[in-house]
Design a protein around this ligand. Structure first.
Ligand code: ATP
Ligand code: MG
Length: 427
């Protein structure tokens, strides 16, 4: 026998037993985005690598270690997108979408990062993201956070997710602070882990992200960006907090929250859970007022977030949320295949949206009834030879004890089924 080809490590199939939950979640998210006047944008999965190296920053994990970059046959350096924001910005500039302020877009789809696969961490994973351009009012930050809150509420996850926020100040604030942080850390350099020692030169703020215990101990006493904030960034953050308070959205200020990508400024936030172990950030985002200009557009503020669909699904699993998609009616038949098919098409015509299966290929009635049972359908439509010749069919409720059949004329069947199925809740 030939050996079996396997999928790529960290890139998973989403099998039919899971897709109903995915589709349900995707539909809920699309509804929430629409209710905040966001519009969907669909972008290529492959971009010029430069879209990400310029935006995300060279000295970040995503670009330095995780990006799937490759030369195509023309020698152009391309990348499988590791995230959405930089590509949304590329597209918005290219198509002049930023000319009117207040553009609100959302996207979804697979993202690719070459990191060590583990629970909550794949190499192909999926994100939903939202971005708002051209507005830098604190109310915009607050509305975006309120949108997140509404998603968790819609999904029944409010008790499992909490909000952390911080401010990264403006560019000058960060420059000043970076210098103070480096001055503080330099004398401790030989006690830092290797990654952090390297970051001391390239991207010292990211040392806050280190999981290394000794490094964390040193960072606990580090000077705070909060003490270096300029007036504008300080007022902005105070306004955001006030608006969140006004909306009754609970949060904690986490001064160690720095986010992994270089383009963030001012408000940053993460929605985190304790239910998923180490990979507890479900949704993360922040402001990026310099990004559009960095990507070659006119100076335009922006803010957005991305949520990890797999982590959100894991939370839904933990909360016991299930979705399946069984047929509602399943046909077993003793009559000719042409009559079985005609009956099925007749019902699909008359009952749009009906999920209908049939034991095509025949076999004994016993084995056909077994297939009907396994399908999970409630109603089994029995096309018996004698009844069918008389224009009659039998319908059996597979969930009823004893499973009695009722016989009825074919032309009454659609109405009967319409009434019987109306009581079923269906998302
Ligand atoms: P982490 O600290 O977990 O690596 P990140 O800061 O790299 O996250 P972002 O780039 O902000 O993550 O992506 C937003 C969200 O996308 C994350 O909060 C997470 O839910 C999800 N995500 C990121 N990387 C992965 C991955 N490799 N596998 C699954 N989900 C991911
Ligand atoms: Mg990461």
């Amino acid at each position: 026998m030939m050996n079996k080809i396997q999928s790529i490590r960290g890139m998973h199939d989403i099998l039919p037993d899971r897709t109903p939950l995915w589709r349900w979640l995707e539909a809920r998210l699309a509804e929430v985005f629409a209710s905040y006047d966001f519009h969907e944008i669909r972008l290529p999965i492959v971009e010029k690598a430069e879209v990400f190296t310029r935006a995300i920053g060279q000295a970040t994990d995503v670009v330095e270690k995780e990006m799937y970059a490759f030369e195509d046959r023309n020698g152009d350096l391309l990348a499988l997108r590791p995230e959405g924001t930089a590509a949304v910005v590329r597209s918005a500039i290219q198509h002049g979408l930023l000319n009117t302020p207040g553009l609100k877009v959302w996207y979804q789809g697979p993202m690719f990062r070459h990191e060590r696969p583990q629970k909550g961490r794949q190499r192909q994973f999926h994100q939903f993201g939202a971005e708002i351009f051209g507005l830098d009012a604190a109310a915009v930050d607050a509305e975006l956070i309120a949108l997140g809150q509404r998603i968790w509420r819609e999904l029944g996850l409010t008790d499992r997710i909490r909000l952390e926020i911080n401010t990264l100040g403006d560019r000058d604030d960060r420059e000043r602070y970076r210098q103070r942080l480096v001055d503080y850390l330099r004398p401790h350099a030989d006690q830092l882990d290797e990654d952090s020692r390297r970051r001391l030169e390239t991207n010292p703020l990211r040392i806050f992200d280190s999981k290394h215990e000794q490094t964390r101990g040193i960072m606990a006493d580090a000077p705070l960006l909060a003490d270096e904030l300029g007036e504008e960034a300080r007022v902005h953050f105070a306004e955001v907090r006030e608006l969140l308070d006004g909306l009754g959205i609970e949060y904690t200020v986490n001064t160690g929250l720095v986010r992994g990508l270089d383009y963030y400024c001012r408000t940053v936030f993460e929605w985190v859970t304790e239910d998923l172990g180490a990979q507890g950030t479900v949704c993360a985002g922040g402001r990026y007022n310099d990004l559009v200009a960095m990507q070659g557009g006119k100076d335009t503020p922006g803010i957005g977030f991305a949520l990890g669909v797999e982590r959100l699904l894991a939370l839904l699993d933990a909360a016991g949320v299930e979705r399946d998609q069984k047929p509602q009616v399943f046909i077993v038949s003793q009559v000719a295949a042409t009559d079985t098919l005609k009956m099925a098409e007749f019902l699909r015509d008359r009952l749009p949206g009906l999920r209908l299966g049939a034991a095509l290929g025949g076999g004994s009635m016993r084995s056909q009834f077994k297939r009907a049972d396994r399908s999970g359908a409630r109603w089994c439509l029995v096309l018996g030879e004698r009844e069918h010749a008389e224009g009659q069919v039998a319908l059996k409720d597979l969930r009823a004890e004893g499973g009695e059949q009722q016989t009825m004329p074919i032309d009454q069947l659609p109405d009967f089924l319409a009434t019987a199925l109306a009581g079923e809740v269906d998302d």
